[in-house]
Design a protein around this ligand. Sequence first.
Ligand code: ADP
Ligand code: MG
Length: 724
Amino acid sequence: MSGNETRLQAIDQITNSRGIPVSKPEPLSATWGADVFNLATMEQMLSKSAFKSMKKTMQTGEPLDPATAEVVAAAMKEWAVGKGAKFFSHIFYPMTNASAEKHDAFIVTNSDGNAISEFSGSLLIKGEPDGSSFPNGSIRMTNAARGYTAWDPTSPAYIMQTENGATLTIPSVFMSWTGEALDKKIPLLRSNSAMNTAAQKVLSLMGETEIATLNSSCGAEQEYFLVDANFANARPDLLLAGRTLFGAPSAKGQQFDDHYFGAIPQRVQVFMQDFEETLYRLGIPAKTHHNEVAPGQFEIAPYFEAANVAADHQQLLMTVLKNSAKKHGFLCLLHEKPFAGINGSGKHVNWSVGNATQGNLLDPGDTPHDNLNFLLFCGAVIRGVHQFGPLLRAAIATASNDHRLGANEAPPAIMSVYLGDQLEKLFKDIKEGNLTPSKSGGEMDLGLSQILNFKRDPGDRNRTSPFAFTGNRFEFRAVGSGQSVSGPLVVMNTMLADSLNWIAEKLEAHLSGGASQSDAVIAVLKELITEHGNAVFGGDGYSSEWHSKAVSDHGLKNIPTTADALPFLRDAAVKKLFETTGVLTPAELESRFEVYSEQYILAIEVEAKLVVEMAKTMVLPAATTYLSDLATAAAGMADMEIVLDNSAAKTVAEETNAMMAAVAKLSAAIEKEDFDSTEAHMQYMANDIRGLMDEVRSHADALEGEVADDLWPLPKYREMLFIK
Ligand code: ADP
Ligand code: MG
């Protein structure tokens, strides 16, 4: 089948599709957590004492004794086998944005040749995948392959169902034989613990006597695109790179602003409900779904959970999202910029810290000016963003996210904090030494008797800020849609730990000097905001004024590409931050620089190769066929002594030649291998290779506007973006 036939057939198939049959949804009580080995199930299946220790471990991270692990393993197996599972798997989170799993059967044969199912505590606690093929930076030689996975009892095990079987899936950490973290979970757990230690210090200095373990929480809003699979299968770029490397803008795009929160297309709603049914079974609290800004773009936001569990659930959500979309005849795109000129997708990471005794420490309450704990924690975040802005930028640096940041649709690549009017004023008052009671938002009164009045929030929202306070949490809005949330959470927790340690030290000095508690807090905050208040910005983050003012007046860094951002992982201050908090050793940090740099280079290399291939084998043939059609028509006309205007043919010929010249340059550029450093290699990909790819694309997209529609091989934006 020739290229254009694939596209035309796709249109035909979509037009005649009747959708897939779905079963009627069951009530929430029947589905919620049905496939999870959660506390409710454990309470039924474990002895009282085993249940008590498991609960304690899950809630406080306290170690579990091996005998209890043995009991839990037996119960877990019994439960899973009862649900039809024949396999188990430690699921872990290597330094890619994907998850990894190795499945083992429960089966054991005995001397009589009979098969029984077996699962012991030791199998639950430790797995041993051959780790040599996972990215490890320079932590291990390829010949030193041993890697371990170890059960994380604080994240519940669950069952992954497929059409013909079930697998018990056990969230795990992944380390090298020498004990270095090769994954995203170990640093996340360590960062939470560093934050807890530092927060305990501050809270006890604040006179709190009973302080439960502090945990960070995360609620991630996930944006994604759906493209009909018939179209996607005709586009090698969507299949291999997750984004369109070619494609002229559609006359109608998102300019009507009619998609955001618009009526959800019925076919998509059917898919969403089916998808969320699976999430409920897995204990993932899907809460909100809606259309996003761009046509074909949607969002799902589960309710927030403890960061470690939320991170595991986020990975699982992305897997289920892709699988469910496939079942419904869609390709789900988690790329940050699948379509040029159309808004891309992010993942907003809502983050707070709290515990059972002091509650959410980022909740200002009604009178933030005298909520000293809140002021300290909020101040700590401001300091963190100011000190470690470039690190936050590095934590969201990927080849794909670079297309979105700073492009007037997503936060800029400059890290600042938005506080809202009320808090911004409060911190300004602290700096100026005249703290006055803060104003509340007052009451919303429309003057319509039938509409009930309600309490207005004390501050507005700001969607142009990368890091915004939203009432009782911060929202890191610049995270990429396809990214694991763990990296950003690690940075947030760790920078908070560092700031809280700094605060504790200062606070202690003031208190032991005889200052009252509130004087001490205000003195510390005054110093903090004087030094770090430059990170606070409440205006329009998309504006060009901010882009220049941020750098010149606020001393913040604008870090446009991953090539510019990742080297910050090698910064002395960043090394010190991770080492002193015990989150990453220098070797573990360096390995992350190496792995992420390599992924960046490879991502662009794959795209560049695809650009060359698609230009040569898809765009060029369409253009030359069209040229030859035009030539034949012109010759026929000439025979009839009719002069056909040849400007179209000239344009096509010129654009084709220009495209092929750019392809030749790009092909040659890809061959370059000798680079002085990884940094230099990344810069080359960011500038030279990306520049040449854009050059090829601009000519190909011009051709799309010239070549006869029925010859064009690639499904067009106007076809893919509007779901039927
Ligand atoms: P919006 O689009 O208005 O920002 P959504 O309802 O789409 O809000 O998503 C908000 C996310 O923030 C949800 O995942 C929600 O559970 C989460 N969230 C709410 N409160 C907190 C909190 N204290 N800590 C962390 N996340 C929170
Ligand atoms: Mg939202």
